[in-house]
Design a protein around this ligand. Structure first.
Ligand SMILES: [Zn+2]
Ligand SMILES: [Zn+2]
Ligand SMILES: [Zn+2]
Length: 284
């Protein structure tokens, strides 16, 4: 892997939809039962036949350094929790064998907060001649390299993600998630967020933004902090995931929620106590 200076390249997401020919049973629970931590050696393969491919909708989060074999950090399965580095590597390799798997790369800062994100897409055929240096020759498996000859400035820009399995190279354009001086790059004109805005809000906050709720963001509403009807933007700087319960709670008399420029949500209860929910801290 070749990394530019700047933010740390930490997370690589694999989202695998269910192939039609496989049963739609999520592998999460079988894996939990058959893969006790610290007992299977690295490279031992996946238990329970999971190596044949993923079934069900799985969100696997793997540190990029772990995926390319340059680091040894835990991964994470949504709804299950941390998984050992060797299992994260094997799961990522298994996901790569499913051509419907989609990949995302999240850049984190020194605290583990997401500061940049890119969703991988197959490289257009016409751009291959203008490509950057590409992965090191003879290297199988995952690699992550600049997709332009000069490399992306400051660690953002366009990168090339190669995954095992023989598919086309993937291009990842990484954009900032900062809302300190929001440029409203992802703003939607209407009340409802677009797919991209909703996705990025779920990257920044992987769970409901209530301080005591852990409902996955994928099961939450995109909630405007300042109501759309009151002039609030449909943008990263004015919204985030809230489960339906906490969405309604916030609208009750006496409750107040402020969204700070760094993405923190500050809840103030009717009793006047304040509690902060910072953006998700991904393990780094
Ligand atoms: Zn993405
Ligand atoms: Zn904005
Ligand atoms: Zn909630």
């Amino acid at each position: 892997m070749s990394c530019a200076p700047g933010p740390s390249w930490t997370w690589c997401w694999a989202r695998t939809p269910a192939p039609a020919r496989l049963p739609a049973t999520p592998p999460r629970m079988p894996l939990a039962r058959t893969a006790p931590r610290h007992t299977s050696p690295p490279g031992a393969g996946l238990p329970g036949g999971a190596a044949a491919g993923f079934a069900g909708k799985v969100t696997l989060t793997v540190p990029l350094g772990t995926a390319v074999g340059l680091a040894d950090r835990p991964g994470e399965l949504a709804g299950l929790g941390p998984v050992d580095p060797w299992l994260a590597r094997d799961l990522a390799a298994a996901a790569a064998r499913n051509p419907k798997t989609t990949w995302c790369v999240t850049v984190t800062d020194q605290h583990g907060h997401a500061v940049g994100h890119g969703c991988a897409r197959p490289e257009p055929k016409g751009s291959r001649n203008r490509a950057g240096p590409g992965p090191p020759p003879g290297r199988a498996g995952f690699s992550f390299t600049p997709a332009s000859r000069h490399g992306p400035p400051g660690g953002f820009g366009t990168w090339r993600l190669c995954v095992p399995g023989g598919g086309p190279d993937l291009i990842v354009a990484i954009h900032s998630l900062a809302t300190q001086d929001c440029e409203h790059r992802y703003e939607a004109r209407g009340h409802d967020p677009g797919v991209r805005l909703r996705h990025l809000s779920q990257v920044r906050h992987a769970t409901c933004t209530s301080p005591i709720c852990r409902r996955p963001a994928s099961q939450c509403d995109f909630e405007h902090n300042t109501a759309y009807e009151a002039g609030g933007r449909t943008c990263l700087c004015n919204g985030g995931p809230k489960c339906r319960h906490d969405h309604r709670l916030k609208q009750q008399p006496g409750w107040k929620v402020d969204q700070l420029p760094d993405g923190t949500f500050r809840w103030t209860t009717p009793a006047g106590r304040s509690y902060d929910t910072e953006p998700t801290r991904y393990p780094i």
